[in-house]
Design a protein around this ligand. Structure first.
Ligand code: ARG
Length: 268
């Protein structure tokens, strides 16, 4: 299986919850900064230990969500698409990342699009699962169609708690994926069933409380899973995957976990 070997992360020193743009966020639920730092470094070392090259982009004091690097851009085998953030608070992140990485060739759509948060690549099947409904507009997929090489599978999101596709769909390979049933309507579930031979239902409590489905399987062999998502970990082990677990309690306060905290990048 051919997959991108580079992981982009943004350092956590300025991560915080200072506004509320998804149902998981609450200004009362304070972030423990020391713990957040430790959890982020833990995740980073897991990627390094399983053979990924991690590039770190410095955080910025006015961008508390910058650390969620799934959202500012997506790279494909063909090039880079930059996001158009749904929330004004996060919009400056895109330019910050673009400048830092010195990205010269890119496409930037007019409709809102939150990149790897909603648009998930099945590296083996060369397919893109294209989520829409909360952060990303359905119409954007017409705009970026030529920049996403391969088959496109459109999926509507149906529950605000699972506002990004990466909170409710975790792709292992072209045959296998985990999903959260309550996040989709009947059509969505039907589409997923047709797309994966082995479609595994995630425990709803684990999905909601620990964003279990925000696990990341970067290579079809290893999977990084939230520490508290024990049922998810067991299903992953039963599939023969190598499970690595990490506590992301502080990032969950912002509605994000493992998959959100990185960008798996095709290096050109
Ligand atoms: N607080 C961030 C937001 O609401 C969390 C982003 C999580 N990212 C993700 N890919 N699900 O935008």
């Amino acid at each position: 299986m051919v997959f991108p070997k580079k992981i982009l992360m943004s350092s956590p020193e300025h991560f915080d919850v200072v506004y509320k743009i998804n149902p998981h966020m609450s200004l009362e639920n304070k972030v423990n900064k020391t713990l957040a730092n430790a959890q982020w470094y833990n995740l980073r070392s897991i990627y390094e230990n399983i053979g990924f090259d991690v590039e770190v982009i410095p955080g910025r004091s006015d961008l508390p969500d910058l650390v969620f690097m799934a959202n500012q851009l997506i790279s494909t085998r063909d090039g880079v698409i930059l996001s158009r953030m749904n929330n004004i608070e996060r919009e400056p992140e895109v330019d910050h990342i673009k400048k830092h990485l010195n990205i010269k060739n890119y496409f930037r759509p007019k409709n809102t699009f939150e990149s790897m948060g909603d648009c998930l690549e099945d590296y083996q099947g060369k397919r893109f699962f294209c989520g829409y409904g909360f952060r990303t507009k359905k119409e954007v997929y017409e705009e970026i169609n030529n920049y996403l090489p391969g088959e496109k599978v459109l999926i509507k999101l149906n529950s605000e708690k699972f506002y990004h596709l990466d909170t409710c769909l975790c792709i292992v390979d072209n045959e296998t994926a985990f999903y959260v049933k309550s996040a989709f309507d009947d059509n969505g579930i039907d589409t997923l069933k047709k797309s994966f031979q082995k479609l595994i239902k995630v425990d709803e409590m684990e999905a909601e409380t620990f964003l279990a489905c925000n696990a990341h399987c970067p290579d079809g062999v290893n999977i990084i899973v939230e520490e508290n998502a024990k049922k998810f970990q067991k299903s992953a082990r039963d599939l023969g995957l190598k499970v690595h677990s990490v506590d992301t309690s502080e990032f969950l306060k912002s509605g994000g976990s493992i998959f959100c905290l990185k960008n798996q990048f095709w290096d050109y």
